[in-house]
Design a protein around this ligand. Structure first.
Ligand code: KG4
Ligand code: ZN
Length: 343
C-alpha cells in the first residue's frame, strides 16, 4: 500500500512517501530562522508551513518516483503541537484524501516518535514489549509499549521537557538556539564532575520528570560565579558537561527503573534529544547487562514525516474497521489538538 504522510506540528514541514512500512522518500524543511527569536514563533511557523507544504509534498512524490494518483492512504499529524501549525498539514492531508477518495489517518505525534525506532527495519523485527523514552523539545515521556497501539504512560515531565532544559540553558550560556546540540558538542571536552547540578525528583511519582529546577540552579550558579566576567572555553565546557550529566542521569535512572519494575529488557529511545552523545553512551552501557537498546536511524530522531507515515500505516493495518478511515477526512474527530487526549 502506497501512502503519503505530512508533518507540520512545530517548525519542520515534512512529507514522506512509503510503500507499506518502507520509506521511499522523506523530505524535511526546517524553519531555522526561528533561532533569531530564541524559540519557535507559532504564527510565523504556521505561515511558513502554508508556503512550503505543496512544494515539499511534490518533491517527496518526485523523489519516490510516484504520482499523487498512485497514493492509496494519507496520514497527517493531528496532535499534539502548535494548533495553527497542525491545522496546515492536517487540512492539507484531509482535503487530499477527500479529493482522491482514499482513507485518511490522523496520527498522534508522540506515537510517531515511539514508532520512529522501527523505521528502516524489517517488519518481522517489530517486537513488543519495550520501554519507550521519548525526549524532544516539547515532550518527555516514559511509556510501556505492550503491543501495537497498546501503550501505557508511566511518567512524563511535570514542567519543562528535556530538550527545553537544554535550549533554556543554551540561552543562559549565550550559545544560541537550539541549545541541545551546542551543549552536547561543548560537553565533550568538559568535566562532568565540575559541578553537581541537582537531580530533580518529583514527589509521589518515581517516573515523572522535572527539569525546571536544574535550569534555575544553572541560572543561580552562573550568577554566583559571575560567569560573564570569568568565562573561558574550559569553564563553558565544564558547565555544559555537568549540566548535561544532570539531565541524562535523571532520564537514565528513571528509564532503567521502569524497565526493571516492568521486567522488560528492551529500551527504545527517540525524539530530538535521543542523539545526545552522553545519553547514548549511558544507555549503551546497559547492553553489557543484557538489555537491548535502540535509537532511531539517522534522520528519524527529529521531527519527520516518515515516522508519521509508518505510524499511520500501522494504525490502518491493525485497525478492525478500515471504513472508519474512509470517513476520517469528513470526520470532526480528526481535528487538531494541543494536547494528547487520544493516547
Ligand atoms: O524532536 P525534536 O526535533 O522536536 C520536538 O518535537 O520538540 O527535538 C528538538 C529538541 C531541541 O530541544 C534540541 O535542543 C534537542 O532536541 N536536541 C538535542 C541534541 N540535538 C537536538 N538535545 C541534546 N543533545 C543533542 N545532541
Ligand atoms: Zn517531535
Amino acid at each position: 500500500m502506497l501512502s503519503l504522510a505530512v508533518e507540520t506540528s512545530c517548525d519542520e514541514t515534512s512529507a514522506a512517501v512509503l510503500d507499506n512500512e518502507k520509506v521511499l522518500s522523506n523530505v524535511i524543511s526546517s524553519q531555522v530562522f526561528h533561532s533569531d527569536f530564541g524559540g519557535v514563533i507559532p504564527e510565523i511557523a504556521s505561515r511558513e508551513h502554508l508556503l512550503k507544504i505543496t512544494e515539499i509534498t511534490e518533491s517527496a512524490l518526485s523523489l519516490a518516483g510516484r504520482k499523487i494518483s498512485d497514493i492509496e492512504l494519507i496520514s497527517a499529524t493531528s496532535e499534539p503541537g502548535l494548533i495553527g501549525a497542525l491545522l496546515v498539514g492536517l487540512n492539507f492531508g484531509k482535503s487530499l484524501a477527500m479529493c482522491l477518495n482514499i482513507p485518511f489517518v490522523p496520527v498522534n505525534h508522540i506515537h510517531s516518535h515511539l514508532y520512529s525506532n522501527f523505521l528502516g527495519k524489517e517488519p518481522e523485527s517489530y517486537k513488543f514489549p519495550f520501554i519507550s523514552l521519548i525526549v524532544s523539545g516539547g515532550h518527555t515521556l516514559l511509556i510501556l509499549a505492550e503491543d501495537f497501539f497498546k501503550h501505557k504512560i508511566l511518567g512524563r515531565t511535570v514542567d519543562d521537557a528535556a530538550g527545553e532544559a537544554f535550549d533554556k540553558a543554551g540561552k543562559l550560556l549565550g550559545l544560541g538556539y537550539p541549545g541541545g546540540p551546542l551543549i552536547d558538542k561543548l560537553a565533550v571536552s568538559g568535566n562532568r564532575d565540575y559541578h553537581k547540578f541537582p537531580l530533580a525528583y518529583v514527589k509521589h511519582s518515581r517516573f515523572d520528570f522535572s527539569f525546571s529546577g536544574v535550569k534555575t540552579s544553572l541560572l543561580y550558579f552562573l550568577r554566583e560565579i559571575n560567569f560573564e566576567n570569568v568565562k573561558t572555553e574550559k569553564l563553558l565546557s565544564d558547565i555544559c558537561a555537568s549540566y548535561q550529566n544532570a539531565i541524562v542521569r535523571s532520564l537514565f535512572e528513571k528509564t532503567l527503573l521502569a524497565a526493571e519494575e516492568n521486567e522488560v529488557r528492551e529500551i527504545k529511545i527517540s525524539g530530538g534529544v535521543s542523539v545526545n552523545s552522553c545519553l547514548q553512551k549511558e544507555f549503551r552501557h546497559l547492553e553489557n547487562s543484557g538489555y537491548k537498546i535502540s535509537f532511531p536511524e539517522t534522520g528519524y530522531s527529529t521531527d519527520n514525516a516518515a515516522m508519521i507515515g509508518l505510524t499511520g500505516y500501522l494504525k490502518y493495518k491493525y485497525s478492525g474497521d478500515k471504513d472508519y478511515f474512509m470517513r476520517e477526512s469528513f470526520n470532526h474527530n480528526a481535528k487538531a489538538r494541543l494536547d494528547y487526549e487520544n493516547f
